[in-house]
Design a protein around this ligand. Structure first.
Ligand SMILES: NC(=O)c1ccc[n+]([C@@H]2O[C@H](COP(=O)([O-])OP(=O)(O)OC[C@H]3O[C@@H](n4cnc5c(N)ncnc54)[C@H](OP(=O)(O)O)[C@@H]3O)[C@@H](O)[C@H]2O)c1
Length: 230
């Protein structure tokens, strides 16, 4: 049975990915900081091992790697957990550097640390790594310099890892706007009800996993699965 480790699986995109893979019979290792939310989100998902904790904590990451060891295989790592930074997001000229460090800890260093810890089982399974990116990694939106530059760094890590370890698949996956807590945090006080639910992105992500195109940066909109006419 294939096994995936998904960070940030208690809500939003991470939860949608966990549910989709569980429906396909995958075993899951999942985390999020708030244990009760994670337990609620995984209720009813057979084969999900929930390990609450913060991806920036080396001890927590070691527990995730131990769980992967116990599972005996790891086919997929989804680095999904992310930190937006202050809300509203400040311009770079006045961005608090301590907070910028925390954004990078969560969005850049923790994903790479997990990749380093899990390199052996991922290689043994000829597996895939999905690093969840953002259009803010490539577009220069005012106010998005902290989060966006961290996601740009994550994109570049993904590209270099693909060059260094071509036997695995390395994807920077840009889901596009989704109606989630993080998106609301990015647009405080705004009505975001016109944004799609994270579940809308799942067919694109599954297509990536099923078709295993060359490593690279993919937008969900590029992978959209055409609706079948009835
Ligand atoms: N929403 C959008 O419009 C959008 C657009 C482009 C890209 N993205 C990307 O999509 C991904 C998912 O975002 P989302 O909108 O689904 O976010 P979300 O709804 O806020 O969910 C974030 C998840 O990550 C967990 N998490 C946050 N920090 C964590 C940490 N340090 N350690 C472990 N778990 C942590 C959260 O649980 P706890 O709070 O309990 O830890 C939660 O389960 C992110 O990488 C984000 O950058 C989102």
């Amino acid at each position: 049975m294939p096994t995936a480790l998904i960070t940030g699986a208690s809500r939003g995109l991470g939860r949608a990915v966990a549910r989709a893979l569980a429906r396909r019979g995958w075993s899951l290792i999942v985390d999020a900081r708030r244990a009760a939310d994670l337990t609620d989100a995984m209720r009813g998902l057979a084969g999900a091992v929930a390990i609450p904790g913060d991806v920036t904590d080396p001890g927590h990451r070691a527990r995730l790697a131990e769980a992967a060891g116990r599972a005996g295989r790891l086919d997929l790592l989804v680095n999904n957990a992310s930190r937006l930074g202050p809300s509203p997001q400040p311009p770079l000229a006045s961005y608090p550097l301590g907070e910028l460090g925390r954004v990078y800890d969560t969005n850049v260093f923790a994903p790479l640390a997990l990749i380093q810890l899990l390199a052996a089982p991922l290689a043994a399974a000829a597996g895939a790594v999905v690093n969840v990116s953002s259009d803010a990694a490539t577009e220069a939106y005012p106010g998005w310099g902290g989060y966006g530059s961290a996601k740009a760094a994550l994109d570049q890590l993904t590209a270099v890892l693909a060059a260094e370890q071509p036997s695995l698949r390395w994807y920077a996956f840009d889901p596009g706007d989704m109606r989630t807590d993080m998106h609301q945090q990015a647009f405080p006080g705004e009505d975001i009800s016109d944004r799609p639910e994270p579940e809308a992105v799942i067919p694109a992500l599954l297509r990536l996993l099923d078709e295993r195109p060359p490593s690279g940066r993919y937008r969900a909109s590029d992978l959209a699965v055409p609706a079948v006419a009835s």
